[in-house]
Design a protein around this ligand. Sequence first.
Ligand SMILES: Cc1ncc(COP(=O)(O)O)c(C=O)c1O
Length: 916
Amino acid sequence: MVDTSSVLAYNSWWQARSDTWSRLEEASAQLAAAAMSGQPADELTGTVSGLLDALTPVEQYWAFPGPEVHRRIRELFASASYGRFALLVARITRAMVTESYRTGTGWVPAGDDYEEAGLDEAAAGQAGPDRPSRPYFEVLVVETLTPAQEHALREELRGWRRTADHFSYELVVVGSAEEAIIAARLNANLQACVIGRRFAPAARHDLSSLADFADSRIAADLDGQPPDERDKVLARRLARLRPELDLYLLTEIDVENIAGHLSHHFRRVFHAQEGTLELHRSILAGVAARYHAPFFEALKHYSQQPAGVFHALPISQGNSIVGSHWISDMVGFYGLDIFLAETSATGGGLDSLLEPTGPLRQAQQLAAETFGARRTFFVTNGTSTANKIVAQALIAPGDIVLVDRNCHQSHHYGLMLAGAHVVYLNAYPLHEYSMYGGVPLREIKSRLLALRAAGKLDRVRLLMLTNCTFDGVVYDVQRVMEECLAIKPDLVFLWDEAWFAFARFHPVYRPRTAMRAARTLAERLRAPGYRSACEQHRADLPDDDESLLARRLYPDPARARVRVYATQSTHKTLTSLRQGSMIHVHDQDFAQKVEESFHEAYMTHTSTSPNYQILASLDIGRRQVALEGYELVARQLESAARLRNAIDTHPLLAKYMRTLWTADLIPAEFRESGVDRPLFSGLDIMSQVWETDEFVLDPSRISLYIGLTGIDGATFKREQLMDKFGIQINKTSRNTVLFMTNIGTTRSSVAYLIEVLVKIARDLEESAEEMSPTQQAAHARAVLKQTAPSAPLPDFSGFHPAFLDRGAGGPDGGPPTPEGDVRRAFFVSYDDARCEYLLADDVGQRMEVGQPVVSATFVTPYPPGFPVLVPGQLFSREILEFMRSLDTPEVHGYDPQAGYRVYTSKALEIAQDEPA
Ligand SMILES: Cc1ncc(COP(=O)(O)O)c(C=O)c1O
């Protein structure tokens, strides 16, 4: 049977469908065998019938094996032809499990001749000499058709196929908008959708078994609307759900007029009576446009040309390697192609990253389309560099920047280099797990209001936040930007999406990405009714800080500018070689205010010899997500949910570990919906939660709480996971380890991880049984240490007055504000005579007697990996306590023998008197 509860819990039919077909294959083989040997088969018949019933309502949303074959299977079963039935089911199941049908080497023809003519070939997926392997996809047709019309349409489109086609496709036909949405959610093979004029708002049959995949509002929204409006609304919904789908409109009437006012919702509008050849060609061309990877193709082409190299790069064309007596194994390991593609040429069909005009420019434009940006820039030195480029492009020395203190070190260095005056924001702490969450909107607003009160709002340039955080805390990006723009209408935003490039490709995540939120915000500010609604709201709102903090704020459309940047480590979550990153831009003022400084910043940080392999991998990684991003991310989420579930429901594992849920990592005050476990509440509820809550949890990341093992996170990672079982993870905290799934996570790797965790739990169980009383006491102490509250995580303490913004207090004598000049603090420390080293006890003693102690460096314990001290920052009791409680061996900026590098008292006095 299909486990429908798991379908709902995992928000996907992917695994359930293939598991159900596999069960059907097993049961039908047993049934055929029983029938052959004349054994009673009632029970098996019941099982098979149940499995067929479970598959029937969902199979109509896929073209493979398709309704015609599905009908045929049912006929064979009904006529008790169990042998042929079992054979057919087995072939389909093999083709589905191995996905061989997606090589497009054949299709399942209609009618009774299915077995002889085509299925065998399609199911086996063999590419014959006259049937080259080519990617296969499916096309959704939304139109009310009789079975005969549907059959004729399929045949007509099949009739246009040519051997030279690069792709092949089959149709999924549905008669209503409700079913169209379900198909788009379930069927990741869809690449295009053709909408006709005659479809119903609601399905004619019962959809209750698929209610979780339905759009509960669409039928009501379309009911009674004229056809144009229905086409438009459906197109919009589909575009929001799956923006990559190519949408086509097929209409019989007034095609020219319709093309005029609906064409921006569709890739093309066709006249239905003019045949389907043009449509067929457009469908293939639409997919080809996304398939096109200009830089990858140019590099491939270049590598096939003979070339004489008379400049740098002896490795180019493999020249310095293939004839070598000592390093020829390098070719054996990497293969020759990578060296044939190594070149420093920028001509010959290639391009220059610093001034792109050819395939690299095109590749970046395609990336911008795929990631929903106005502009995209490739970066070959990771998001560490991308962040510095954006910081330098946007910030002039003395500009005020608000930034999460727990952001990646690249922001701290970028701000220091740019000469920003930094206001560090405090994220909410999770003391129990020694981690931080996100920065509450209230904290951001209160800092902006304080700067406003001090008369410094005009110097505030940028807000930088990390979305999602390492541990998976996700902001309400649009709301943060709206409310900040209501206070400071030209604020620029940099969202560090190092871990979030994949989020664009799932409809639940997408609204919380920077580029989608920027677009929605720009549309909202332009919407006709917004201005008056906003004026009304602002007129009703008292202007005192407490009201502005407590109420939701809306930006003034006449003044607000949408200026948003996102940096993504493509290599962390999508296909790209290491260091492949992208900067996405949606900045209304880019051409006017940033283009030149951005170019300079890009030149500052980019090598003049960028790595072509990284660039080509970014290009082809973009192709992948443009065509299968939705599928890959949906599968990833299902794997993550299954991993979570398997851990939490295993009785032995439950004794030692548990996964942390939304309610563990996001305090109730940030969860308006009150839902504790949105991931397991069904897609609809999860989507609602993601619409309302200030913070949500990225379900693809799983923090495992291991306090009850008595082993700390770092040791668990090293000794248990890595050394014993080769499992690689990155982040740990005192009592947690973080498992990140990605688009490459397989069901088998999830199964292996569970197996490993069970082995670890068994080992713990066995050693607990064999412990002496002394060992038991030691173990109890270790468990207590991991589970008892540790030293609280410290907030940012503040800059020493010597490094505080000299304008603090504002020209009108307003209240002091906390921004500090990190660059000055950093460079003062270059003079050794102004610094000394102090051990923790000495720091404590100085503070006891009221002497300020100020860090001269970034001090970053790893984990957790964010600087606890930055140059110019005052030591506090909380910071010392926290540092003492850490047992991490790796603390950057701290020398265990010499201690902390701090400024001498004299240096602080001098710095205070020096001009800024
Ligand atoms: C939030 C964040 N931003 C930026 C980076 C740097 O990215 P990259 O490794 O691509 O340089 C990291 C790396 O872990 C990160 O966690």
